[in-house]
Ligand binder design. Structure first.
Ligand SMILES: [Fe+2]
Ligand SMILES: [Fe+2]
Length: 359
């Protein structure tokens, strides 16, 4: 058992081109409240917006850097293909499809992935997003105490080429959906899926660095000649929600991810507190990882390091959280700066276009 096991995702950070467009999409179309408007602490002339449920609970947080003039990113080795948000069940998933398509967002699926059902869409910058049902879960096709030990082939009807795509396209909720109600609510990050050219090196990384365990070996159902592996916080009796990192295996691929608009900048996993983070950093150094010093992000403290494929990973503490500098009922309503940037507020505000905060 590795000494340090993350409870799962803390947040994911994406790159967008226009903070107001980002706000309209994540807040208004996906129903994720803005819990903090601040600047990128490493590039203080640009916005950093945080969205999340329950005041920004770890595992529900999506953050977006605004890079107005950056080039478009592309996915590939060392990059992320998509982020999946959890939804209660297939009925609520179909309501999401109707809600989004009625508002001009193209949605594909629902696809039966076996362990869950998936619909897909893109954010305004082109980042692929998924909305996935919480169940039935990874013990659908192998016992809960033996997950990830054998290659599990999906039933043939789930694979591309065998599905009735016209029927899938036509599936939707029969009535219009007037608002995102409590039943539809996105419940946090279901999984994150990236690319690797070496699944065994990636697996060693997730096990040694983050304490995650392989919970499913299968093939990519949309490209069955390639493998798809899943890791998570797993103790042999259950898989913890919001902890599932998955990778498509593209051995010997020369298609390397490029940072930029519409791509994921980094993925952050959870540490319980400052003390654990400091110990974790020592553990990673002992394991030979090139780890940053501890950075104060005002709402959490963080360390950064990269996977063998080059994807930036972060470990962030749960405390103090987003109520550190504004009251819970006012989260996201004002531009907040960390103490070390407060003296530069007039200059920084001048360079930022005001956010359209009216819902
Ligand atoms: Fe997915
Ligand atoms: Fe981060």
């Amino acid at each position: 058992m590795p000494p340090f096991i993350t409870r799962g995702f803390h947040h994911v950070t994406l790159v967008g081109r226009d903070a107001n467009r980002t706000l309209r999409f994540y807040r208004d179309l996906l129903g994720l409240p803005l819990v903090k408007q601040t600047v990128n602490f490493d590039l203080p002339g640009t916005y950093h917006l945080y969205f999340g449920q329950d005041g920004g609970a770890p595992g529900t947080i999506v953050t977006v850097f605004e890079w107005p003039n950056a080039q478009r990113g592309t996915f590939g080795i060392g990059g992320v293909h998509h982020h999946a948000f959890a939804v209660a069940d297939q009925q609520q998933q179909l309501r999401w499809k109707r809600w989004l398509t009625d508002r001009g967002v193209a949605v594909s699926g629902p696809y039966d992935r076996g362990w869950f059902t998936s619909i897909y869409l893109k954010d305004p910058d082109g980042q692929v997003l998924e909305i996935a049902t919480e169940g039935p879960g990874f013990d659908l096709d192998e016992p809960i105490d033996r997950l990830g030990q054998e290659l599990m082939m999906p039933s043939p009807g789930r694979l591309i080429g065998n599905r009735d795509e016209a029927e899938i396209r036509a599936m939707t909720w029969p009535e219009t959906v007037p608002c995102i109600d409590e039943a539809m609510r996105l419940r946090g990050l279901h999984h994150v899926t990236g690319f690797t050219d070496d699944l065994s090196a990636a697996g060693e990384f997730y096990e040694r660095a983050l304490g995650l365990r392989l919970v499913k070996r299968s093939v990519n159902q949309d490209d069955p000649a390639t493998l798809h592996y899943f890791w998570a916080n797993y103790d042999g009796t259950r898989v913890l929600p919001a902890s599932d990192m998955t990778l498509f295996g593209w051995p010997k691929s020369a298609r390397v991810a490029r940072e930029g608009v519409g791509q994921t900048h980094h993925i952050a996993f959870r540490a319980s507190d400052d003390e654990q983070l400091a110990a974790w950093r020592e553990h990673l150094l002992d394991e030979g990882f090139d780890v940053s010093d501890i950075r104060d992000r005002n709402y959490f403290k963080s360390i950064y390091f990269s996977s063998p494929d080059g994807l930036l990973h972060e470990i962030a503490t749960d405390p103090p959280g987003f109520a550190a500098d504004e009251t819970p009922d006012r989260l996201g309503t004002d531009l907040k700066l960390p103490p070390w940037l407060e003296s530069r507020r007039p200059e920084l505000v001048t360079g930022l276009r005001p956010l359209d905060l009216v819902v």
